[in-house]
Design a protein around this ligand. Structure first.
Ligand code: ZN
Length: 186
């Protein structure tokens, strides 16, 4: 299936709450396939449907333990936290120390409409939180402290991808990132 252009921060689709999937049909399975292909091409460790301009509650991931997808997720989070660098395919080249819960349990559905539960710790827990946030119109810099977020906004204003989008007068999109994503972008 085709690799899709990835939307960058500044595109309104990234700050919009995605709609619940109500029909588990071939179109949905094609969307999951497009997300996996686009994530692998980038490359990234996770990708949510709004990042390719589709405002539906669907995301995929691929980490060392394996790949997966989840539809209409809801999360239960541990009070234990983890620290660590986090990036996002919609913010090419930028990573920040982002505090997340250490463990996450995500309940949702697979692409055939069957209920599934995904339990993750550490990186998988981080991915589940980052991608579920995307479905709720939240991006990872929203999880930073006020002072860190200010630094991130300055980095974004100085980035090539943000300024190119402004020059073009359009929503920022490119086929893939020209920058290193450090294998951690989500
Ligand atoms: Zn992301």
């Amino acid at each position: 299936m085709p690799v899709q252009p990835i939307r960058f921060f500044g595109d309104p689709v990234l700050t919009t709450t995605a709609s619940l999937v109500s029909t588990f049909d071939k179109e949905l399975r094609n969307l999951v396939s497009d997300l996996l292909d686009t994530m692998h091409e980038a490359p990234g460790a996770g990708l949510a449907a709004p990042q390719i301009g589709v405002s539906l509650q669907v995301f995929v991931w691929d980490i060392e333990e394996g790949d997966g997808h989840l539809i209409n997720p809801s999360l239960e989070l541990s009070s234990d936290i983890q620290e660590g660098e986090e990036g996002c395919l919609s913010f090419p080249g930028l990573t920040y120390e982002t505090v997340r819960s250490l463990k996450a349990i995500a309940k949702g559905f697979n692409m055939f409409g069957e209920p599934v539960i995904v339990e993750g710790t550490e990186l998988l827990a981080r991915v589940l939180q980052h991608e579920t946030d995307h479905l709720n119109g939240i991006v990872f810099i929203d999880r930073l402290s006020t002072s860190e977020r200010k630094i991130a906004m300055a980095d974004i204003r100085n980035s090539d991808w943000f300024n190119e989008a402004i020059d073009l007068g359009s929503s920022p999109t490119v086929k893939f990132s020209p920058h290193s994503l450090k294998g951690m972008a989500l």
